[in-house]
Design a binder for this molecule. Structure first.
Ligand SMILES: Nc1ncnc2c1ncn2[C@@H]1O[C@H](COP(=O)(O)OP(=O)(O)OP(=O)(O)O)[C@@H](O)[C@H]1O
Length: 445
């Protein structure tokens, strides 16, 4: 049953609304101030809130902002006083679904609630999809049916419930972090922290500080003791991404953690002891790195206890369709568009591509196509120019058509980002200044 919360300090109005909405079959709750509303929201899942603007402990308009941050799936309808449209407009800017004028619009409330409930349904769907795509990966949500992927999943499932160190190898974007999360989530450590760090993203000093933390006074600006991720992840799992890039000095410190669970914080003389499981990943060939003097051999043998090799996408072409379909559903739901299929040529082009960026690249290509799509089917004209397209959909464009296609393309991406130029330039892979020049040139509003 859908749940509605009415926030109004006037008992009569609350009662009246509550009766109307209960008769409609909703489960209705009512409170007289914002504090009680927050309490109610902590305990009960509310779909739609009907909220007065003036409340004894604050303004409903300001509250709508807090609500969007704390309960993003819930939608709010503001009840504004007669003739006070600015309040309603501000509430919508703050994230409210809509507003109605008190007393005046009684017949509008029910249809508006149904509309808001549709939006709530969509919000929930998107959050679920995002959760799957984000950090809640389990083995069931790893997509793909190819033998080579299934074998990797089977190995990972076997090792998950041990405390063994795991080394994940594979090209960029093959899902190493996704596998690391799935291993953690199905291990006995799943209730504890999973902390991922990219060893190539920091200078040596910063990485040491991030991993091991520091004592107060260890360096200028170190005013307090600080925990590193090994301490933060105590009893949980640390995922060391791009391990091949870790500086040699830090490799020695990591070896000690693996051997004894101990390390020295920066500026400390007493060791700190932790119990962490380590999962490492690399797209480098570690034996060659050892030969080149960039990676410690003893650390390699300590890390390479259980190696899982993640296949490149081009080696499991049979998975492309199901992955593409998954991302299509995700991005069409995210942009509230009804795009349901690919053309045969589109799918063939995907299958012929070399996929150097693997699943990450596929995800980005589908997102781009969803932005550019005209109808319910993705066609090859939404693919980037480096895709092989050998089909009936190709036609030679004149210079005139090219520039109008560019204009339409920019306009679509701008619509997709709600006019955010920085994000648009990023998606188009052009400089912000180029975007401004083109907006000017094509007179895009
Ligand atoms: N089997 C899968 N099913 C669905 N999505 C996946 C799958 N594998 C990877 N992804 C998605 O592909 C993207 C890249 O995955 P991930 O970051 O795990 O790759 P990686 O191998 O760790 O990359 P890098 O080496 O660049 O760090 C992410 O958006 C992830 O959600």
């Amino acid at each position: 049953m859908n749940t509605i919360l009415i926030i109004d300090d006037e008992e009569k109005i609350r009662g009246l609304l509550s009766r109307i909405l209960s008769l409609e079959g909703f489960e209705v709750f009512q409170v007289g101030d914002l504090k009680s509303a927050l309490k109610k929201l902590e305990r009960t899942e509310i779909d739609v809130i009907v909220c007065d603007v003036k409340l004894p402990d604050g303004s409903g308009v300001d509250f709508s902002k807090i609500l969007k941050e704390k309960h993003p799936a819930t939608e709010t309808i503001m009840l504004t006083a007669f003739g006070n449209i600015p309040d309603g407009v501000q509430a919508i800017k703050n994230g409210a679904f809509d507003y109605i004028t008190k007393g005046d619009d009684n017949n509008k409330i029910i249809p508006l609630i149904y509309k808001a409930l549709e939006k709530v349904k969509l919000n929930k769907r998107i959050f679920n999809l995002e959760k799957q795509l984000g950090n809640r990966f389990s083995f069931d949500s790893i997509i793909g049916k190819s033998k080579i992927l299934k074998a990797a999943i089977e190995d990972a499932e076997k090792v998950a419930n041990t405390d063994a160190t795991v080394l994940l190898t594979g090209e960029t974007g093959t899902g190493k972090e996704v596998f690391a999360q799935a291993i953690h989530n199905s291990s006995s450590r799943s209730k504890q922290n999973f902390i991922a760090i990219n060893c190539s993203a920091f200078s040596k000093e910063l990485l040491e500080n991030e991993l091991f933390g520091h004592k107060a006074g260890a360096f200028t600006g170190a005013v307090k003791d600080s925990k590193g991720i090994f301490e933060e992840a105590n009893n949980g799992t640390v995922f060391l991404d791009e391990l091949g890039e870790m500086p040699l000095d830090l490799q020695a410190k990591l070896l000690r953690v693996l051997e004894s669970g101990e390390f020295l914080k920066v500026g400390d003389s007493k060791p700190t002891k932790v119990d962490v499981r380590i999962i490492a990943a690399t797209n480098r060939d570690l034996p060659s790195e050892i030969k080149a003097g960039n990676f410690r051999e003893d650390l390699y043998y300590r890390i390479n206890i259980f190696n899982i090799i993640l296949p490149a996408l081009r080696d499991r072409i049979s998975d492309i369709e199901i992955l593409a379909d998954y991302f299509l559903r995700f991005f069409s739901a995210k942009s509230s568009r009804k795009i349901t299929s690919f053309s045969e040529d589109y799918l063939n082009s995907l299958k012929q591509h070399s996929w150097k960026g693997n699943i990450r690249e596929l995800r980005n290509v589908i997102e781009r196509s969803v932005i550019l799509a005209d109808g319910e089917t993705l066609n090859t004209n939404t693919l980037p120019s480096d895709f092989k397209i050998q089909n009936s959909e190709v036609k030679i464009m004149s210079a005139f058509e090219l520039s109008s296609a560019e204009k339409i393309h920019i306009q679509r991406v701008l619509n997709y980002t709600n006019g955010n130029k920085t994000e648009t330039a990023k998606l188009l892979n052009i400089a912000l200044t180029t975007l401004y020049r083109k907006i000017d040139e094509y007179k895009i509003s």
